[in-house]
Design a protein around this ligand. Structure first.
Ligand code: GUN
Ligand code: ZN
Length: 426
């Protein structure tokens, strides 16, 4: 058993922040040797329950849950900031050429290490991650994540049409590869498999049908794709699938909407789409830096909250411009202010933070496992130094309440705030 004394940020079941200025986090190993939170709260009361426990004191620091990135592409690490007219030319000119290099296992292994270094430096401890269509990219990712004992999710991308040589896969083999990767990796240590059709326009009906069959056969795997990101993409999808009510409805028709299904973007939706998300318990990965960078549009927070479906925040690197959750939360705030069809909203800082931690974990079906520091959660946590830069030191010391403190870090913060990332089993 081990205890850590510092300020402590957690969230309650309603998504509200719980903050102990002088807090204590007590962790201990479970049967699998993973450190889990045993107790958390105000130092005075928690310490009294654990006499003699070994305490590490980090004065002036904040302990917070590791961030959860609901949608990111590890093979796009090297194409952050590639300028383009929009999504479809960006895919053709930058993304597919970069991803074709992941046929080489050595390249995949090298980029996986760079990717995990970046995630951890930025305080991200779990991500739902696109690999490429090459099974070797998935092997490289899982092997590196397993060595680092991380809770990570990925899957082989399915794209058997409208894709260039080098990334296009073959229908039958792609499904065989997917199933064998599920059997090899899903639920091994802290690893999870996501069935990953890239997006409907690059899969045949047969591939989408096969993906849906695997999703039914392995109901606790994730499903991970993109939808309704860009107007040209929506138009293309509608032409390719004229029988579906909407682009989103294509996925429903192939059995690809259920709990643990996560769709990136979900921008060009109507209320019927939002109800379909809610009624199928499907979640959205909101990727505002990507949407602003690629000129895709704005996620409708008001619409999502009004209908009431699950969503969380995501970087979408390399369409997204930063691995830092602070950048993503800041961009989400801007989109809430200026990108709404209804009058702009001011998303509370604690809500932005929740959407990138416990709220994202809930949207992934991992509530109570990651993204929080309540008893029972795996102890992936951050040691945040709110005085990491001169301006942060000034501004955070002026904060009158928790919302002001969190907002100072969201507005001014980057990887320098993350003094240490502690992994449950490292
Ligand atoms: N739609 C299909 N593939 C991609 C991708 O790699 N990135 C983004 N942002 N959208 C996509
Ligand atoms: Zn994406």
């Amino acid at each position: 058993m081990q205890a850590y004394r510092a300020s402590l940020l957690r969230f309650d079941a309603a998504g509200q922040p719980v903050f102990d200025q002088d807090g204590l986090l007590v962790v201990g190993p479970d049967a699998a040797g993973r450190q889990r939170v045993l107790d958390a709260g105000a130092h005075a009361s928690v310490a009294a329950r654990h006499p003699g426990v070994d305490v590490t004191h980090w004065p002036g620091r904040i302990l917070a849950p590791g961030f959860v990135d609901m949608h990111v592409h590890f093979p796009q690490t090297d194409i952050i900031g590639a300028p383009s007219e929009g999504l479809l030319p960006w895919l053709e000119n930058y993304t597919f050429p970069a991803e074709s290099r992941f046929a080489d296992p050595a390249h995949a292994a090298e980029v996986a290490e760079v990717f995990f270094d970046e995630l951890l430096r930025n305080g991200v401890t779990t991500s739902l991650t696109f690999a490429t269509s090459h099974p070797q990219s998935v092997q490289a990712f899982f092997e590196a994540a397993q060595r680092r004992r991380l809770r990570m999710i990925t899957g082989k991308v399915l794209q058997d049409r409208h894709s260039p040589d080098g990334v296009r896969d073959q229908t039958e083999q792609s499904l065989i590869d997917t199933e064998s990767l599920i059997r090899q990796w899903h639920n091994v240590d802290r690893l999870g498999y996501a069935i990953t059709p890239r997006f409907a326009p690059t899969s045949t009906d047969a591939q989408l049908r096969g993906a849906g069959e695997l999703a039914a056969k392995y109901p606790d795997t994730w499903i991970h794709s993109h939808v309704a990101e860009n107007k040209d993409e929506v138009k293309w999808a509608r032409e390719l699938f004229p029988g579906a009510r909407s682009y989103l409805d294509v996925y429903a028709g192939f059995g690809l909407m259920r709990e643990r299904a996560v769709y990136a973007h979900c921008i060009h939706f109507d209320d019927d789409d939002r109800r379909l998300m809610r009624d199928t318990a499907t979640a959205s990965a909101v990727s505002p830096t990507s949407n602003l960078f690629l000129g895709s549009g704005f996620f409708d927070f008001e619409g999502a909250d009004r209908i009431g479906y699950a969503y969380g925040l995501a970087s979408d690197v390399g369409g997204g411009t930063s691995f830092s959750p602070f950048s993503t939360m800041m961009a989400a705030y801007y989109v809430g202010r200026e990108g709404q069809t209804k009058p702009g909203i001011s998303i509370p800082p604690s809500q932005l933070w929740w959407r990138h931690t416990a709220g994202a974990a809930r949207a992934l079906g991992l509530e109570g496992v990651i993204g929080n520091l309540q008893p029972g959660c795996e102890a992936d946590f951050l040691v945040i130094d709110p005085k990491a830069t001169p301006l942060l030191a000034r501004k955070t010391s002026l904060a009158n309440n928790l919302e002001e403190l969190l907002f100072a870090m969201i507005v001014l913060g980057d990887d320098r705030l993350i003094e240490r990332t502690v992994i449950s089993q490292a």
